[in-house]
Every structure is written in C-alpha cells, then in structure tokens.
Design a protein around this ligand. Structure first.
Ligand code: IPE
Ligand code: IPE
Ligand code: MG
Length: 251
C-alpha cells in the first residue's frame, strides 16, 4: 500500500498525462522521431518539477503502451534506451526532492537492464513521501482490468471470497494502481481526442483536458493552464449542481 501526501483541496491530487506528439514535433523539424522523444524527456522533467512545486501529490505519466510494442524495432529500442538514460540522469534529483518512483505495467516485458535499473530506482526512493511519480510502462488499461479479473476469480474459485462480497473497491484493489487515488485530471497532449487504452477503470470520473500542444512543447505554463481549467470545473459525480454547491455529501 502507498500513502499519498495531503495537499490543497482545489488542486488535483493526482494528474495523469498521455504524453503524445513527440513524433510530430520531430517531423515538423525534419528530425528523426527519436529526437522528438529526446525532447519529450525534457518535458517530463518540467512536469515533475511543476507538480512537486505546486504540491501535487501524484503524477502518472503514460510512457509506453502495450500497443507501442508494434512500432518499428529501432524506435522501441531507442525509447527503452531513453528511459534508461532518464532514470540515470534524474534519479538523484528525484530522490533529493523526496519523490517516490513507481511504475504500472508489465516490467517483465522490458529489456533486462532497464528493468533492473527501474527496480533499483523504486527501491532507492521507496521511503520518499512528498510526491509519487508513477510511470506507466508497457501498460494497457484492458490488460490491467483482465489481470484484476483473474486475481478476483482465483479468490472466488478457492472459496476465499464469495460472489456477493465482490465490490468495486475490491476490484480496484486488484488493479496495478491498488491503494492509489484515481486521477482527478487526465491531460492528453498532441491533439488526439482518445484515451488509447490508458487508465480505463481509474479514469471513470477524471476531468479530461485535451490540448493540441505537442508533448515536447508542453511546459510549466501549459501545465498551469490545464490545472487552472481543472479548478474551474464543477465535479458533480452524478449529483446536481445544487447538491454540490450545498456541500451535500452522501445523499
Ligand atoms: C508519444 O509520442 C510517445 C509515445 C507513444 C512513446 P508519439 O511518438 O506517439 O508522437 P506522435 O503521435 O507520433 O506525434
Ligand atoms: C498513447 O500514444 C501512448 C503513449 C503516450 C505512451 P499513442 O501515440 O501510442 O496513441 P495512438 O496510437 O495515437 O492512439
Ligand atoms: Mg502518438
């Protein structure tokens, strides 16, 4: 179980980002796609800094989807190499800012060296408590849900659990994000209006923010705009505005 730090209430507690548009950023400059990913890594640093400074408790970054394995081999291996470099260059900084690193997704499918580096980074930062940086790597929302269903069905089959005892909370506790809050704000850069198999269950009530800005251009002021947009929304969770305004909790 992870505990997530407290923070100011009108800020999103958990921001999740679909970091899209690196390839187009490079193509517009007649550069190789990998150069776009390289610039994207710089935007990652800015997003992390922003969240840490604003006291946002958790940031989840979609770095590589289960579907991204279908990309050309050279791009996949270049991305893996960049991830490895990111960890090498940023780990001390993350650690010194009391940021805990975690991942969701199938680490077993990653190159051995990268997996080992990630595990060492998770281990080093495990007691940090000011912010969680969660990287979705070889992650697919459907896979996550299937894995949870398998876990639950094992408990049902063994008799450890009865069908009538299965709750949404219990299901959520079998997902890769067990114990963590759902994203309050989901940002997608790069202009596409889709979820691309990201946190399908967890984003059931997230506020969505889509921007045409390509990920390498997404800086602190762009992030701030997204957070301001979030603060201007009314989250109703199925209730009426009047109920929310009257501060009525459970009705
Ligand atoms: C997102 O940028 C990074 C990853 C999916 C790894 P893209 O590489 O998808 O960029 P576009 O969509 O081709 O511009
Ligand atoms: C989503 O971007 C995955 C990541 C940002 C890691 P994609 O570029 O892979 O998404 P699609 O293919 O356009 O849906
Ligand atoms: Mg893309």
């Amino acid at each position: 179980m992870f505990s997530v730090p407290d923070q100011a209430s009108d800020l999103p507690r958990h921001i999740a980002i679909i970091m899209d548009g690196n390839g187009r950023w490079a193509r517009r400059r007649l550069l190789p796609r990998l150069e776009g990913h390289r610039q994207g890594a710089k935007a990652v640093r800015k997003a992390v800094e922003y969240c840490r400074r604003r006291g946002i408790a958790m940031l989840t970054l979609y770095a590589f989807s289960t579907e991204n394995w279908q990309r050309p081999k050279s791009e996949v291996s270049g991305l893996m190499e960049l991830l490895s470099q990111y960890l090498e260059s940023e780990l001390d900084e993350l650690h010194s800012h009391d940021i805990k690193l975690m991942t969701i997704g199938d680490l077993g499918s990653l190159p051995h060296g990268l997996k080992a580096r990630i595990e060492a980074a998770i281990d080093k930062t495990r007691d940090n408590s000011s912010m969680i940086l969660n990287i979705a790597l070889s992650y697919g929302g459907r896979r996550d849900i299937v894995n949870a269903a398998v876990k639950l069905s094992r408990a049902l089959k063994s008799g450890a659990l009865a069908e009538s005892e299965v709750t949404e909370e219990m299901f959520a506790g079998c997902l890769a994000t067990a114990g963590l809050p759902d994203p309050d704000l989901l940002i997608r850069t790069g202009g596409e209006l889709r979820i691309s198999n990201f946190l399908l269950w967890q984003c059931a009530y997230s506020e969505l923010y889509f921007t045409p800005t390509l990920w390498p251009d997404f800086d602190e002021s762009a992030m701030d705009q997204a957070v301001q947009a979030y603060r201007s929304r009314q989250r109703r969770f199925g209730k009426t505005s009047e109920q929310v305004e009257a501060g009525q909790g459970a009705i």
